[in-house]
Design a binder for this molecule. Structure first.
Ligand SMILES: Cc1cc2nc3c(=O)[nH]c(=O)nc-3n(C[C@H](O)[C@H](O)[C@H](O)COP(=O)(O)O)c2cc1C
Length: 377
């Protein structure tokens, strides 16, 4: 089995470069990755996406990943800002023109037909010169899928549909002759899609399933899988990341990158960082969004067991349960090193104030990561 370290897609796509710890910026197409009404959080405008994506060029991140959201979390408040999100496919096409990072679209399976999705992905791969990646999500918010008249499937069937969807995409991306597909969820007659993506055999796939079924799906189809880090201990993390890699290797003969999600608050002192965290999570925290999210999650998703979700309320508001990177540049570097020792290949980063956060990162954290041997200078 070939390692992703020898992946030919490295020619165009920085996701396959040899930085020990890869990084991406997450959530710029929406209101960021927190539940806060602090005025510094973004508002899903293209102007902010463009400005921060250009700034992040100096940070040299490998990826820029949007989320996919069709409606907000707060029942009874249809215009709540948690529903603000630019469409991720068109956003990725535009963002590819202002960054040299890999650009992703995040796509719900049931909201787009695989033939349309395959062509959109191939188009963005062409526009970006082979830097596109697709984050496939099966969906977790029933009310947003209800808007499509697509009754949300039970958890198992959701992933069974996602498997058919991705198999059709792969055929469309790689086959030069038309094919028929007769599945339980999709029927394709004489399917063909031209032109092909630049990346061969197809652009990288990311998946963030948290359940056993989600993990199976990611191990079988994805190049980048996510874990929500539940412990600070690198050995415990290593057990989880190794288990993931083993599953992909032994069951499917594949080698995947394991990523996680983090929120960052940097200060000149730890106290300053804690005060800033408190400012956006406690003083300006959006408890209505948190309640809505908890309800939706507990009903339809298995990302985390319910008791862990309860204990994670603060982290959910701070960054959807991501790993905490709060403190001085030295402390943040230390914790990123911790993740790397725990077997994490990449981290998706979010800030409550992206511009301020990325500026501080470029000045203080970036040089320390090079010194720590985690990334090239
Ligand atoms: C990094 C990351 C990004 C995600 N992005 C989205 C998203 O944009 N839209 C969405 O509906 N779900 C998103 N999810 C949720 C997952 O798709 C998935 O439903 C969730 O992790 C629960 O896992 P399960 O489906 O295996 O139960 C994301 C999860 C993670 C960890």
């Amino acid at each position: 089995m070939k390692s992703w370290k020898d992946d030919p897609r490295a020619e165009t796509n920085p996701l396959f470069n040899d930085n020990k710890l890869k990084l991406g910026i997450f959530g710029l197409n929406g209101i960021g990755n927190n539940m806060s009404n602090a005025p510094e959080t973004p508002n899903a405008t293209w102007e902010e996406s463009e400005r921060v994506s250009r700034l992040a060029e100096q940070a040299g991140f490998e990826g820029n990943v949007p989320y996919s959201r069709w409606r907000g979390y707060v029942e009874g408040d249809d215009a709540h800002r948690s529903g603000l999100a630019l469409d991720s496919y068109t956003w990725a096409a535009a963002t590819s023109q202002v960054t040299s990072a890999a650009v992703f679209a995040t796509s719900h399976v049931p909201t787009i037909h695989p033939i349309a999705a395959a062509k959109q992905c191939a188009t963005i791969d062409q526009i970006s010169g082979g830097r596109f990646g697709l984050n496939v999500v099966a969906g977790w918010n029933k009310t947003e899928l209800d808007m499509f008249g697509a009754a949300m499937k039970d958890h198992h069937d959701r992933y069974a549909q996602a498997a058919e969807w991705i198999e059709i995409l792969r055929e469309l991306w790689s086959r030069d002759e038309a094919f028929d597909y007769d599945g339980e969820y999709y029927t394709v007659k004489k399917g063909i899609s031209l032109p092909k993506p630049i990346q061969r055999p197809f652009p990288p796939i990311m998946n963030a399933g948290g359940s056993d079924r989600g993990r199976e799906f990611a191990a079988k189809y994805s190049d980048m899988a996510f874990v929500i880090v539940k412990s600070d201990n690198p050995e415990e993390m290593r057990r989880e990341t190794d288990a993931y890699r083993r599953l992909a290797r032994e069951e499917y003969g594949r080698d995947l990158q394991v990523w996680t999600l983090s929120y960052i608050v940097q200060g000149d002192t730890e106290q300053e960082a804690r005060d800033r965290l408190n400012y956006y999570v406690v003083e300006h925290g959006d408890d209505r969004a948190l309640d809505g999210f908890m309800n939706m999650h507990n009903m339809h998703s298995q990302l985390m067991p319910k008791d862990i979700m309860e204990a994670m309320k603060f982290r959910l508001k701070a960054g959807h349960g991501g790993y905490e990177l709060v403190g001085t540049a030295d402390q943040i570097t230390q914790r990123l090193d911790n993740l790397s020792q725990g077997g994490i290949d990449g981290v998706l980063l979010s800030w409550f104030s992206y511009e301020d956060g990325v500026n501080r990162w470029i000045k203080d954290v970036k040089p320390r990561l090079a010194q720590a041997g985690l990334r090239k200078a």
